[in-house]
Design a protein around this ligand. Sequence first.
Ligand code: NAD
Ligand code: DAU
Length: 352
Amino acid sequence: MKKILFITGGAGFIGSHVVRLFVTKYPDYQIVNLDKLTYAGNLANLKDVEHLPNYKFEKVDIVDGKAVQALFEKYQPFGVIHLAAESHVDRSIANPMEFIMTNIVGTVNLLNAARHTWKDNFDGKRFYHVSTDEVYGSLANDGSLFTEETPYDPRSPYSASKASSDHLVRAYFHTYHLPIVLSNCSNNYGPNHFPEKLLPLAINNIKNMKPIPIYGKGENVRDWLYVVDHARAIDMIFHNGKIGDTYNIGGLNEWTNIDLIHKLCEIMDRKLNREPGTSAKLITFVQDRAGHDLRYAIDSSKLVNELGWKPSLQFEEGMEKTVDWYLENEEWLNNVTSGDYQKYYETMYSGR
Ligand code: NAD
Ligand code: DAU
């Protein structure tokens, strides 16, 4: 009998890379992808692996506690890797409630279902909560890094909802001894990134010769990690991380937004055979994000020293691969931006 592993949010950006890694690397696991298929969930992200016998999809809203409990009873998973979330900061500023429901209530529903299904028999069980570096707040431009000991200071509705879910996950460990593990990661980039986020939005706009919106003066700093390296870290932490512990994951790869976009413009000009400087002319400074955190940067030495993780790709290589993927996957981009894919999958999975 295969061991059943739940991956929530597997149709999203990072989740789809985690599902791909686990279904191909662990044929002895039956992977069940639990996803509501919001605007950000797209089963086309899993086209190349969905035929594998150890992959299965269940459409579920994690805010529905009864539905979540029923799936735990049906499958009796030995583990959960929880990625399902509302993930976009700008949307959280416009509509915080979705974030409270999915990120906080949804996480508690999963914790409760795991606890009630596993009933104190926690041997070999594991609940992995995937979180963000944004819970630590904002750094000054002084070279400091977030460590696992940095006090929480979330400053957007998104990061506050993720911080709340992190606290609840730890509370279930301390109170009920639920075997949890957590990670907090920096900004990911790579294939299947939804084009509301800075890099895929800029790639799409450059391709279509549309303005590239840069918030404020573009001085904010983010630490970029190729998404497959995040998935590799999740694999290591899920299998070898210490129960109750937290691991930071980052690329030691800080860029101001404006430098990052200039770098992207150079790559795009070359790939699209445009005169150097053509894409950079599209850069447009727009009103800043409310409460815009200045800088995030992660110290991942615990993960490196204790579990032996290191990023497999240099940033230049990751950016080239990412741009190539978007240029080669025009249909994915067009479908996602037109919203057609949602209609298609709603029909396909209605009634399940
Ligand atoms: P995403 O927005 O691309 O995907 C989220 C997925 O969750 C989608 O498939 C969506 O359909 C699903 N989902 C949303 N609400 C749901 C609900 N109520 N029930 C079931 N499924 C639901 O997000 P992402 O960028 O892949 O992020 C995945 C996780 O990683 C999130 O928890 C996020 O906080 C965390 N994270 C993201 C980054 C990043 O740079 N993107 C960095 C660090 C941590
Ligand atoms: O740090 C990890 C986080 O990274 C994750 O937890 C989030 O889920 C993920 O969305 C991401 O959050 P950011 O807010 O950093 O990502 P975003 O791509 O929205 O923005 C990156 C930077 O670019 C940020 O400083 C805001 C800026 N920006 C963003 C957009 C969408 C712009 O200047 N223009 C834009 O149009």
